[in-house]
Design a protein around this ligand. Structure first.
Ligand SMILES: C[S@@+](CC[C@H](N)C(=O)[O-])C[C@H]1O[C@@H](n2cnc3c(N)ncnc32)[C@H](O)[C@@H]1O
Length: 311
């Protein structure tokens, strides 16, 4: 896979909002094929530092051949990588998360992410020994109870017909390929929609297999701590569940008081740690080469200098 096969989403806006300066340190928690990282590297120059993280071994190999010794490349998930850096008292000037899957992951049938290409029902971003300990999409589809399946497809896929789909899946077991699952879902709910009928079910499974929402929710406080004062955090999300988590965190952290609105006197010790840079999210663009870009939303914030709370 070469670097041009992944076109970085909203790259100009990311660079504008992260505002890189010569000599700064950049943490990319979802470095993928390094498109955003290369744009930042061009601004921070050789005295700057790149910390590039990805949980996918193919992405790591591509990052190594693209950046060689000019970056620190870590095969890890961003939650773990950020936690370890913080434990080592590291701080950084810029953080980017460009969430979800990369086009190369989607395009390879063998990775099992796509209903358009028949392959094993896998969907693990990390297929290494660490990742092998985790469940594949086939494990979930073939072992979960019907109700749990329906709840998962409803919550993570925002799929209104989740019960009908879960019932059809349970009847069709064992399901081992993406093509088989796509067919079962299409038969259960019919075609007649703009998107493929299995789109939401595949999204739900991918989120569950890779614990994507838990990673994001748990990592946000850690990433905020990892930023130096005046450091900047930018997050690109691709569906409303992720965007809501980011929006809620930015809102909470931009307030000096997080007491319930009906409470007349503040009793919380909370102090704002972020200033929001994007009042509304920067929307993705219509990119013929990268259809994912259409649903992208970019939010960014800058870390405030800690101040004591007034009495
Ligand atoms: C949309 S791509 C990133 C593309 C990248 N910005 C570029 O310019 O090439 C998302 C990448 O994030 C990785 N990823 C997703 N969740 C992750 C996580 N929790 N920890 C580390 N990497 C993750 C995926 O393996 C994938 O390579």
């Amino acid at each position: 896979m070469n670097e041009s096969s992944h076109i970085p989403v909203l790259c100009d806006a990311v660079v504008r909002l992260l505002h890189p300066e010569v000599g700064q340190t950049y943490f990319d928690g979802t470095a993928g094929y390094g498109g955003h990282a290369a744009a930042i590297q061009a601004k921070i120059g050789p005295s700057g530092r790149l910390l590039l993280v990805d949980r996918d071994l193919e992405a790591i190999a591509a990052l190594q051949s693209r950046f060689g010794g000019s970056a620190t490349i870590l095969h890890d998930d961003y939650l773990n990588a950020a936690t370890e850096l913080l434990a080592d008292n590291e701080q950084v000037d810029m953080i980017l998360l460009d969430l979800g899957v990369s086009s190369p992951q989607l395009d390879q049938a063998a990775r099992g992410f796509s209903f358009n290409a028949d392959g094993p029902l896998d969907m693990r971003m990390d297929q290494s020994e660490n990742g092998a300990a985790s469940r594949t999409a086939a494990d979930i589809v073939n072992t979960a109870g019907e109700r749990d399946l329906a709840d998962m497809i409803y919550a993570f896929g925002e799929e209104r017909q989740s019960r009908r789909i879960a019932s059809a899946i349970v009847r069709a077991r064992p399901i081992t390929t993406t093509g088989q699952l796509a067919e079962v879902v299409a038969k259960a709910i019919g075609r007649g929609q703009k998107i493929h009928p299995a789109t939401r079910t595949f999204q739900a499974l991918r989120i569950a297999v890779n614990s994507e929402l838990e990673q994001l929710q748990t990592a946000l406080p850690i990433l905020t701590q990892l930023l130096k004062p005046d450091g900047r955090l930018a997050i690109i999300s691709f569906h409303s569940l992720e965007d809501r988590i980011v929006k809620d965190w930015f809102r909470r952290e931009s307030r000096d008081c997080i007491c319930p609105p009906e409470q007349p006197i503040c009793t919380c010790d909370h102090i704002a740690s972020l200033r929001i840079l994007t009042k509304s999210p920067v929307p993705g663009t219509n990119d013929a080469f990268n259809p994912r870009a259409r649903s992208a939303k970019l939010r960014a914030a800058v870390k405030l200098t800690p101040k004591p709370k007034e009495a």
